[in-house]
Ligand binder design. Structure first.
Ligand SMILES: Cc1ncc(COP(=O)(O)O)c(C=O)c1O
Length: 339
């Protein structure tokens, strides 16, 4: 099977498995796991933040961030197709008791103007605007890179209004590799950041959140409350360290394959896609003549796994475990199904 459902299906590399087997460990709830501490220091350094904290998943990282930054009954401004809004099972409402305010972005990018329009005035009738969340790259906008200038304008607005910015950087390294702009530059425009180790970077488990020292101390308590204190987590962190050392630069290959896939798909009948919008490892097409579920099923019969986003849209995600030949096979299958 050619599995293009998600970059989360990537398997750990042999080097990761060796590092996991050899990892020096301790009880991380006591802060005594040297490998976890090393990973946290490394990520804090890469992102230019005071401290960082290993969490179980991207969702837990985003939710611990919201819990740490927001009071119940306050409002969090999010992009309307963001992962936090669409794909975290209502966690922000269920766990943090916050209300999400979805705003339409331009290919996933919120603008200062769009945010300014929804920031609440001080009034006892209103929830307080407590956090702005950005997502870079933006998953459901087809892996779109949020331009640095956009992040800067949003961050400036946040400073002016006293509203912190959280960056869901599940795929921030994809943005950095595609643009050549270091992750630190993006992270500079957010108070807190979440990065995933287990997507294109291929670690088996884990995300890291980062921010100011006092914030991370509070986040540690929220992580514990959610059951995310993981004891000898150095086994996981060891793979994360290998991921950061060996898997970042190769994301460029995934991007080239996604672009190739997009160019081929765009030529097929009934497909709506501008291949020039494909900047990283995600390709989302709109089907004009076939239901997404039917297309997914026909592709599966030909040995290619993809996912539907809604009744007309499907997503292909490239990653290290699908070679150029695998992508060519996916192209041939799509051509056959859409003939
Ligand atoms: C942009 C974005 N944020 C957060 C997540 C959540 O990550 P996890 O699946 O590790 O909870 C994902 C997962 O696909 C994502 O695409």
């Amino acid at each position: 099977m050619i599995d293009l459902r998600s970059d989360t299906v990537t398997k750990p590399t042999p080097e990761m498995r060796q590092a996991m087997a050899r990892a020096e460990v301790g009880d991380d709830v006591f802060g005594e796991d040297p490998t976890v501490n090393l990973l946290q220091e490394k990520v804090a350094g890469l992102l230019g933040k005071e401290e960082a904290l290993l969490v179980t998943s991207g969702t837990q990282g985003n939710q611990v961030s919201i819990l740490t930054s927001c009071l119940p009954g306050s409002e969090v401004i999010v992009e309307q197709e963001s992962h936090i809004f669409l794909n975290e099972a209502g966690a922000a409402a269920a766990l943090a008791g916050v209300q999400l305010c979805p705003v339409q972005g331009e290919r996933g990018a919120l603008t200062a103007e769009g945010i300014r329009a929804v920031i609440r005035e001080e009034d006892i009738h209103h929830p307080r605007s407590s956090l702005i969340c950005l997502e870079n790259t933006h998953n459901f906008a087809g892996g779109a890179i949020i331009p640095l200038e956009r992040m800067q304008e949003v961050y400036r607005l946040g400073l002016e209004q006293g509203i912190p910015v959280h960056l869901d950087g599940a795929r921030l390294f994809n943005a950095a590799v595609a643009t050549g702009i270091p992750v630190k530059e993006y992270a500079r425009n957010a108070l807190t950041v979440q990065i995933c180790l287990s997507k294109g970077l291929a670690a088996p488990v884990g995300s890291v959140i980062a921010g100011p020292r006092g914030w991370v101390a509070d986040a540690r308590r929220w992580r514990k409350r959610l059951g995310g204190g993981m004891r000898q987590a150095g086994i996981i962190a060891a793979a994360g360290l290998v991921a950061l050392d060996t898997m970042v630069d190769r994301l460029a290959e995934d991007h080239a394959r996604a672009r190739f896939l997009a160019e081929q798909l765009a030529e097929m009948p009934g497909v709506e896609l501008d291949p020039s919008t494909v900047e990283t490892n995600i390709v989302i097409i709109t089907l004009k003549k076939m239901a997404a579920a039917e297309f997914v099923e026909e592709m599966r019969k030909l040995g290619v796994l993809i996912i539907s986003i809604n009744s007309r849209k499907v997503r292909f995600t490239t990653h290290k475990d699908v070679s150029r030949a695998g992508v060519e096979q996916a192209v041939a299958a799509a051509r056959q199904v859409l003939r």
